[in-house]
Each structure stands twice: as C-alpha cells, then as structure tokens.
Design a protein around this ligand. Structure first.
Ligand code: SF4
Ligand code: SF4
Length: 246
C-alpha cells in the first residue's frame, strides 16, 4: 500500500491556548483516543509502511492538542513498541497551570518504550525541560515560538508578521503529504490531510482507509500553504540513543 500514517492524534484537548495556533478555534469535538482505535491505527501504520522506502516504522503521536492529557498514552506507547513501531510526539510539556508534567509520568513513558520527545517551549524556557527530563528521556528538538519561529497555518491564524504571498505557495512543487500520500488520524478516527488540517477536511475515516486505501486529494488550505514543499528529512526524527534509565 503506497500511503503513510504520519500522525496519530492521541488527544485534541490542550492545556494552552496559544494565540498563533488554530487549535483554540477548532470546531470538531474534543476527546481522547481509546485503546481500540489506537490499535487500529498501529495496524494501519504497520500495513502502510513500504519496506523499500521505510526502513523504520515510525509515527508521531500528536496532531492538534497535548498528547500527555490522554492517560492511556503509556499503554499506547507500549502497544506500538510491542508491534515494532517507533513513536515520538511533540509536547508543550506543561499542564494548564504551567506546571511541568511530572518526572514520574515521563519515566513511565520512557519505560513504555518512548525514545525521545520534541518540546514546544511556549511558556517556559528550554533549559527548564532539559533539567526536568535529564536522565529520563532525550529531547529530540525544541520549538521556540517566542523566537519568531512560527507560521500562519496556511492562513488559519491572523499573524501580521507572516509575509507569504500567493506566489510563495500555489506554484511550488507538491507538498510531502501529497507526494507520499501521508495523512493524520484524529482521536475519533477521522482522516486529516496533513498537520495543518485542523478540522479533518477529507471526510474520510480510518475504516474507509482500511477498506479502500488512501489517495491524496487537495483540501481548501492547499491554496495558501507553503509547508513541506521540498526537504523530506523532517518526516522521521533522528532518534539515535536507547531509552535512558535512571
Ligand atoms: S500550539 Fe500546541 S500548545 Fe499551543 S494551543 Fe496549539 S496545540 Fe496547544
Ligand atoms: S494544506 Fe499544505 S501541507 Fe496540507 S495537504 Fe495542502 S499543501 Fe499539503
């Protein structure tokens, strides 16, 4: 099968309401993925991996929202690991009071098979997380929006500092989601065309993909999007170390 599950949205609840993110305006229902749906997702990840192209089976456990708000996350990671699928996710690292998620939770995730995490440092400096996760888990990357490292989500967020013209977007080569027929699966089993697709515009479900496969079709956001048009190296993160132990 020539398609690829890029992301699994384990939760679309979020502990923050960042002004530069479309999540606060999201209209579809909020929820946490259940174990049966997650198992279905992992089965699809395994089936959709192309052995000639994907030497590693890998999937991100986030789409919109904070994965650590799903209490089943350790079980999900354990299940993926047992089935030969490497996982990671992006986390903002904090609860709604800006308190970092506990070291014991991070240790439980590491013990379940998590080998690294990306931290979006929205509310605290990266050094806080470096210290907090020391000896438990590798931090694969930091995203620091306060350094201006952000975009307007293909026009979904009003960002005066973002200067993309139509000529930067539409005439460029197909994005990686189109080239690879990649998609994300939301917490309730809908198919999102890409990591910008906050409302899951495809109208498809995971059961549709299981039954009929998946062929990329543009969504309305494509007309104003510049994401992923070129370098594909970001598709799978460079996890190099074994899980840290304390
Ligand atoms: S950027 Fe991340 S942390 Fe901020 S509101 Fe969006 S999903 Fe939540
Ligand atoms: S919105 Fe952008 S990233 Fe998403 S499918 Fe369209 S061109 Fe690709």
């Amino acid at each position: 099968m020539n398609y690829k599950v890029m992301q699994i949205e384990t939760s679309n609840f979020c502990s923050l309401t960042c002004s530069y993110c479309p999540h606060p305006g999201q209209k579809r229902p909020k929820g946490n993925m259940d174990l049966d749906t997650f198992k279905k997702c992992i089965k699809l990840v395994r089936q959709s991996c192309n052995p000639e192209r994907d030497q590693r089976k890998f999937v991100w456990l986030n789409h919109f929202g904070e994965p650590l708000l799903n209490p089943l996350l350790p079980k999900f990671i354990e299940h993926a690991t047992e089935n030969g699928v490497e996982v990671s996710f992006a986390s903002n690292g904090v609860d709604s009071t800006n308190t970092m998620f506990s070291r014991s939770l991070w240790q439980e995730l590491a013990d379940s098979g998590l080998r690294g995490v990306g931290i979006s440092a929205h509310t605290r400096p990266p050094e806080d997380f470096t210290r907090h996760l020391d000896g438990i888990l590798d931090i694969l990357y930091f995203w620091e929006p306060k350094k201006g490292n952000f975009h307007d989500w293909a026009g979904q967020v009003d960002l005066p500092s973002w200067k993309v013209t139509q000529s930067d977007a539409a005439p460029q080569q197909p994005c990686d989601y189109e080239k690879e027929h990649m998609f994300a699966i939301t917490w309730d089993g809908r198919i999102a065309a890409c990591c910008y697709d906050i409302e899951a515009q495809t109208g498809l479900s995971i059961d549709d993909v299981i039954a009929n496969g998946y062929l990329f079709e543009p969504i309305s956001l494509c007309a104003t999007c510049t994401l992923g048009r070129g370098d594909s190296s970001w598709l799978i993160p460079p996890i190099t170390s074994s899980p840290a132990t304390t």
